[in-house]
Design a protein around this ligand. Structure first.
Ligand SMILES: CC(C)=CCC/C(C)=C/COP(=O)(O)O
Length: 297
């Protein structure tokens, strides 16, 4: 669908760039190959996971240029070292443990994620299939960005004359700051690179924003959506609009090529849970009297 350059970042959550070549295993015969380069996930496999006479080990391959990531699995010959005295005498690495079904399922999920994300990245560049819609999606990007939300909340706080309004806005401010901190921590820990076809032309970023997991726009959209639905009395059509906005902000992250689908899905879940945290630690004149005293001065 999208006319975007091939997705080179095919390893799920590729580690920080390292010039390490692929792991090589003596006597290994490639049997399983799950290469997700160019957004394609191919899997040719005999046997399953966690059982069988073959022993499958996996290596994460990355070219020196950082251009290609791939997950390669190699299958050791089925003859065990016991059946071959010559081999028994050979010193060498012991067979790697068979990956669990969970690992295989996770790897397949991530391969599907990369493939779907690249297909959905129809606005990743001006010359992409839906490149003309890019400016509109970039407007959506601004609508879910931290800066306008922080600025708007601070402005509202300054103007608000009702104690109830100030309480809600103060908690929204707390929620927005909490979101930025939590997303930065998770991004810094996971360090998943953004898709290589992403153009880094984003509106105001901080250093961890070179990483993509989770999508900060998705966490913010989900959290703000829950916040607004709980604290504003809105007519049904407006409530639907708020939910739609959150969903479209998330979807637009993938369409712009900024994120993979899993970044956004996890972002939605994380943002949803963040609101629960905000609700739990709700700031009120009773729970945080000093804060309110300062603010009301
Ligand atoms: C500079 C401030 C206040 C917030 C950063 C907002 C931002 C750029 C988040 C990244 O979002 P994605 O992870 O969805 O790309």
């Amino acid at each position: 669908m999208g006319q975007v350059p091939p997705n080179k970042s095919t390893t799920p959550f590729p580690p920080s760039p390292s010039p390490r070549p692929a792991l090589s295993i003596p006597h290994a015969r490639p049997l399983v190959s799950m290469v997700t380069g160019g957004g394609r996930a191919e899997s040719r496999e005999a046997g399953g996971c966690g059982s069988g006479s073959t022993s499958t080990s996996t290596s994460i391959e990355r070219s020196r240029s950082g251009a290609t990531y791939g997950v390669l699995s190699h299958t050791m010959p089925s003859s065990s070292p016991r059946s071959s005295p010559a081999r028994r005498a050979e010193p060498g690495p012991s067979p790697s443990p068979t990956p669990s079904c969970t690992a295989v399922a996770l790897r397949s999920l991530l391969a599907a994620d990369l493939q779907a994300s690249r297909r959905l990245g129809v606005c990743a560049g001006e010359r992409s299939a839906w490149g003309s819609a890019r400016p509109l999606l970039r407007l959506l990007e601004v609508s879910g960005h931290g800066v306008p939300w922080l600025a708007g909340t601070l402005y509202g706080l300054g103007r608000s004359e009702s104690p109830a309004g100030r309480e809600v806005l103060l908690n929204l401010l707390f929620a927005l700051v909490l979101d930025i901190v939590l997303v930065a921590v998770v991004k810094g820990l996971v360090r998943r690179r953004r898709p290589t076809y992403n153009k880094m032309d984003m509106f105001v970023t901080i250093s961890v924003d070179k990483y993509s997991f989770p999508s900060g726009h998705a966490t913010r959209a989900a959290m703000v959506c829950r916040f607004v639905l709980h604290h504003l009395v809105l007519a049904i059509p407006l409530r639907v609009l708020v939910v739609l906005w959150a969903f479209i902000v998330g979807l637009s992250r993938v369409m712009l090529g900024r994120h993979n689908v899993t970044d956004v899905v996890f972002g939605f879940i994380m943002g949803y849970m963040q609101y629960s945290l905000v609700k739990y630690f709700w700031l009120s004149p009773l729970s945080a009297p000093t804060l309110f005293a300062i603010w009301n001065q």
